[in-house]
Design a protein around this ligand. Sequence first.
Ligand code: GTR
Length: 397
Amino acid sequence: GVAHIAIAQDAKPNYDESKIPAYTLPDPLAGIESAAQWPARRKQILEQFAAEMFGKVPTDKFNAISVKDAGTRKQVLGGKATMWQPVITLAGRDLNLLVVMPTDSQQAPAFLAYNFHGNHTVLDDADIPLTKNWVRSKPDNRAREEDRGSAASRWAVEKIIDNGFALVTLYYGDVDPDVDDGFENGVHAAFPDKPAADQWGSIATWAWGLSRVLDFLGTVPEIDETRVAVMGHSRLGKTSLWAGANDERFALVISNNSGCGGAAISRRRIGESVARINTSFPHWFCDNFLKYNDNESQLPFDQHMLIALMAPRPVYVASAVEDTWADPRGEFLAAKHATPVYELLGREGLPADEMPAVDEPSQGSIGYHIRSGGHSVTEFDWTQYIKFAKRHLMNEQ
Ligand code: GTR
């Protein structure tokens, strides 16, 4: 096995740009000159991320989903939206989907995103059952009635509907509880062996779950599975990036404040570092990733190459000024340094050369903004994602 290198308790995170170690970013286009050579290079980069960071899915054996409860549809938002809660089964786990779609929609584009605390926190609606699964930051790790709608400000449901999109969300703990449980719970219970050093941690497991939900959406006439934007915040932004990298059926990918292990350049070591994230969340990445604790220069990639794996599909990276733990500048630089891949493929990449001013988005095939405020998802963020998705998935300017 790989030794777990613990970081000293008193090691303070660095926020000082002048103390960033000198580094050279690996070149996503190393050894290639033409668009025709990109797929082979892409495959190599994807395999490196899988083996050294997120971990590979051990087997395809449990990929099949079945419909456990087809659910009923009811009108919400004064009739302009239809709410639907199908339950699908994956590797012995029930995934409780909450779908809100424009009423009478046919083949609507959709946002697919995990939620942190259960579907009942997204919308205050008594028909949404509380999750029975383990939830973080709650007494007894149980969902509570009083939390109905508590995350509503993070979900611009009405705006999504008014712009012709559907929203598909589910609780990430349905797939795998976010706790270092030795990979005994969640979908992992169906898999006979503990993950090997190059096999999945929880982020890769959640990403796999998103692909299986996409499989299901392919059977839903109201939703166009070729126009699904996968979105996630923070650890779930790391997850949406890995889902989009692995599964090119995702038409658009959004990383909201994903930080270390997501959009932020690891070699900068600003805010959260590789060693810190591996120490605080040992179950998120594969064990091979421990090799890079305080050793980022040995990574065969950096996070700009994760962004580049989305090319030529549209990808959006969003930061927040006060979210220094996630290294906003590192997130911007990853978006910027993914741009040469987009350009090789004949796309614009990120229009901004320098970090844009606060609340002034830059949107090409790569989008980026740094908004005012802290670590969260806001109306401003959704306004940008909807605008970006309308342009790329609905052909609207
Ligand atoms: C933090 C973690 C970040 C980010 C965040 C979140 O504790 O250090 O990497 O994932 O949680 O998911 O809100």
